[in-house]
Design a protein around this ligand. Sequence first.
Ligand code: NAD
Length: 513
Amino acid sequence: TVDSGIQDTLKALQIKEVNEGTSTGSKFFSSGEIIDSYSPADGTLIARVKSTTREDYEEVMAKASEAFKTWRLKPAPQRGEIVRQFGQRLRELKEPLGKLVSYEMGKSYQEGLGEVQEMIDICDFAVGLSRQLHGLTMHSERPGHRMYEQYHPLGVVGIISAFNFPVAVWAWNTALAWVCGDVCVWKPSEKTPLCGIACQHIIADVLEENGLPEGISCLINGDYRVGEFMTQDKRIPLVSATGSIRMGKIVAQAVASRLGKSLLELGGNNAIIVTPNADIKMTVIGAVFGAVGTAGQRCTSTRRLIVHESVYEKVKEALIAAYGQLKIGNPLDESNHVGPLIDKDAVKMYESALEQVVAQGGKILVEGGVLKGEGYESGCYVKPAIAEAKNTFEIVQHETFAPILYLIPYSGEVENAIALQNGVVQGLSSAIMTRDLREAEKFLSAAGSDCGIANVNIGTSGAEIGGAFGGEKETGGGRESGSDAWKIYMRRQTNTINYTTELPLAQGIKFDL
Ligand code: NAD
């Protein structure tokens, strides 16, 4: 057994056994029902968190709206300085926070640390950005006029996040939103509430040390009902929501019905195309990590492997051999490759998907199954499975958040593989393994992958914070993180200034009095 040392971790992160669940800065309070947080690693009840009531929420919104009045007037580079300090604190707390992520969510400790590293990276990015919130200047058609555009803060940004990236997704949003002059209200997943509490403690300390108002970073807790407080709230101009397509469709409609903006980061159904020109060794490493890393619970996890018939047998054999080497067990034990699923509901969905693929005509190549016995007491550990399938199977069209990989053969040219890859409703991440320049460029062309992310000789899983992250079609169309993703957190204003004594109209229109 692994000594999780979790009590020390909770202490380092200021988490108490029964914590309050709502916070407007450093003040924690709440009167709502209790959410129990169990570790999928060993089934332990880690702590209990109180959910946010309507009254609590009103207090949060009052504090956030008040804080915005101060925060929006602070020069952006000074806001960046606060984010720099937050990033520094994350560096100091990387190990305990990474461990909590691993223990509460179930991903490996290395991946937990990686998630905190992403938070640090986005803070660095945001600090630089705080001096680069550039608008354009344009030439006016009227003499003695100047025209330019500027970006202003939006207001209170609502963040709803999924369980599988319990801390990084918040940081991607909030670090950018803060330098843009917004204040944030965050509802983490009800499956990982402690990660939310830990992050709130970290930022609350930084805000307090800098004498900044309560409300720049707020935390609310609970399930979809608490999320709905924000989606229906006209005081929140932007809701950034990460999670399932089902959730995204509901959130999009609620926010659109009040003409708010939503940034949606929803499910994927990611494929790697393996052409006859692929490096098979690289392909196998990329595919196995993509399919079984985080126990298949990444939005960018590899779900489908579309393999040319000429290399199909070779790839299949190499994968089966690699799956035979996988060690499944406690994610805090660094010798394990695969940890647990988030909960028993996820296990049921995994089992059901395996039954469905067989019922729909698929063939199991690597058997799945739920693990029992010592070390697997939580009931959340499953065996990564591989099935031979057709792209048109209903179950293949659907994102199952578990380590199931579908092998799909193709014949002929790369265009046929691209058609299969694009032949799903989701459009998040995609990849091609090839040493052929023409194949790679076709895949990246306008007639190529229809996803928000398209990689060459890299798997589908994982991304760097420097690029804009997100996907097309039912993945929701939102972009977070790098590039110019910051623009959604601001409102754009076009300004025209007349420094003459005349009042010429645009388009030369005459209006003489
Ligand atoms: P989920 O949709 O069950 O929940 C996500 C969040 O939405 C939770 O905080 C939940 O409480 C909230 N929510 C649910 N219904 C809501 C409603 N009607 N109104 C307001 N809030 C609501 O998703 P999950 O199981 O936590 O996460 C897994 C899913 O997230 C997968 O589909 C995965 O692909 C997706 N995901 C996408 C990205 C991305 O960047 N594209 C990143 C991570 C996860």
